[in-house]
Design a protein around this ligand. Sequence first.
Ligand code: NAD
Length: 377
Amino acid sequence: AIIFVGKETDAAETRVAASPETVKKLTSLGCDVTVEEGAGAGSRILDSDFEKAGATIVKAADAAKADVVLRVRRPSAGDARIMKSGAVLLTQMDPYGNEEALKPFAEAGVTAFAMELMPRITRAQSMDVLSSQANLAGYQAVIEAAASFGRAFPMMMTAAGTVPAAKAFVMGAGVAGLQAIATARRLGAAVSATDVRPAAKEQVASLGAKFIAVEDDEFKAAETSGGYAKEMSKEYQAKQAALVAEHISKQDIVITTALIPGRPAPRLISAEMLKSMREGSVVVDLAVERGGNVEGSVMGEAAKVGGVTVIGYPNLAGRIPASASLLYAKNLLTFLQTMIDKETHEVRVDMDDELVKATALTHEGKLVHPGFGGAND
Ligand code: NAD
């Protein structure tokens, strides 16, 4: 099979969907790997690094020859149209609310996979792009906060006096939140965290942070069978807001990561709460791309709200692109490997496979995912 690794067209996207390591592996599986010129530049990977790993450097138009296209973000309708009928696309398709944008892929006869729909099951852990990227985003959120803080994180007792430890509060203790807790702890902050899923309590405690939450009956039932949070009732949200308001006024750093699948992000921090924080505090809103957890967070900006800096950078994983690409590329490789026939080295999509069913959006000219315009059969 011919594999094409595209250069991302969004100028803000620093990541790339392959690494020298994954190119090497694909080559050893008998695939011809082509990489668009400059595709790795944002991730500190040179064309020559890809060449050394066995790839050929090509132009964007060479996507038309490929059986498999690997990308970070959904390509444009124009890019879809140049793809071969029957080709496979592995990328983050961002399908929620974007069904129209999926149609060109169906029309082009492309089998487009949304990597972010990979089920959270043991077999698919190594293909889980949401986890690999959220983990790095959680780390990077703390690094950004520390850089803007103007004070130290750890307590430091020096001959010239004592610097107190920063107090950090992490809201939403999923993959990103747990890494934010661990990172803030490593830097020496006193860390607390909250979540609406009871399972998070033990995980937070095991990282040495204090768990803070409204633990009523609704909380006890807030986790879906898929392990995600439900949207909480108005009553719960009010109780949560009261608890958070009290706690937040004493925090220096707040990292918010709360998401609900397919829904806008829950609003957890009001302008009023920001006002209660002291001068120089930093809030990082990881949910900014989904509407934000924080009132007043602005996409792409470090906004000043009174004395508080509210960081709303999208794609935090993309701010450590070399690490993010390494893991993302590996996620794609692991999934692609399940489709490469060992004898013929060709790609074969088994539409009955559980992982394929969960992630394939278009196939043989049609939308096929029941969640995104496909038939429910
Ligand atoms: P996510 O990105 O959807 O949400 C982030 C966190 O925000 C979640 O922990 C969620 O409970 C929390 N949240 C939602 N609403 C909230 C609110 N109002 N207040 C406070 N917190 C709120 O979640 P995620 O990081 O993708 O993780 C979801 C779950 O999936 C976790 O249980 C995680 O451990 C699990 N997981 C399992 C696997 C696997 O088994 N392969 C892989 C990854 C994640």
